[in-house]
Design a protein around this ligand. Sequence first.
Ligand code: HEM
Ligand code: FES
Length: 324
Amino acid sequence: WQTRLGQTLLLAAAIAHAGLGLTSLASRHSLAMSRTDWVQLLLGLATPPLLVNHVVGLAVASDLVARFSPNYGYVLAVYWRYAPLLALQQLLVVVIVWVHGAIGLYSTLVLRPVWPRLAPVVIPILFAIPILALLGFAHAGEAVLARLASDADWRALIEQNLLILQEMRHRLDVIEYGVYLVYGVAVAAAVGILAANILRRRRSLVVISYDGGVTAVGHIGMSVLEVSRANHIPHASVCGGRARCGTCRIIVPADADLSAPAEAESATLHRVKAPGDARLACQARLLGRPLSVQRVYPAFVDAEAAREPDSWATATEPDLEAVS
Ligand code: HEM
Ligand code: FES
């Protein structure tokens, strides 16, 4: 990220990712999410505001003024000597981003058949990298403080950079507020669309009858899984509703009044060799008429059911047929 190309790619990736995250939030019809999804969403949303002053105070400032030359040593000196609160903020954001990214990576990899072989390598790495990074940060801090005390020229250079930053403060503040404003508007728009989705349809109720005689009420636009979660009905959903695991799948009547399957759903149903009357509860949205569904997996299944759909299907299908 020290080069112009690297910075552009990083910024484009961050904007695309945050945009996709907000789009996914806006397209929900309910806030009935798993705890892991809540943690991932909130950590993701907290990241940009916590990073803005770091990015503006370094990358943007050095673009604006050629004399300003921040390097890693300068950043460490500022954090350890001149602005320890910024250091705490930076440590917090490292932990937040790492936990957020690790949840995403783990949730994707755990569904792959290769996961049992990857796990002994990936899991230690997921823990080791942030711990080593934080230890490195602390160790480098000691070295920087020692150099500040012994190397007057270097200290003068750091303080000169700080002065330049002070002179630019007003311009940088304007840029920071601009970024907060754009981000705030984007988040508010996503939350507004989500609220509109929920409120607009709140009177268009749809009754779902589940296997085992349970019934629940949802509204038009909700997915069957959202209805299950909102009504505390146990329903397997190993991938959290991302059309990847197939564990939420349900058997529905041929004339079920549900949205048509999109490509991701069809691909997953095909991969798990689901019969023609199966749908993914996380993708099938209610259109209006009452519905009866039969869950294929018990709610307690774990990622193994996604990795080994064949062995699970043979183990569970006879029981479920008996239920129907
Ligand atoms: C700019 C700040 C960020 C925001 C606002 C954000 C937001 C989100 C949201 C809302 C999701 C859930 C999307 C869904 O519904 O499936 C998500 C998933 C994810 N995020 Fe972020 N995120 C941010 C930064 C990052 C960073 C820096 C990383 C890399 C370490 C990262 C890695 C991931 C991964 C791996 C997933 C899972 C994607 C998937 O399930 O396909 N995110 N993010
Ligand atoms: S919850 Fe994983 S496919 Fe629906």
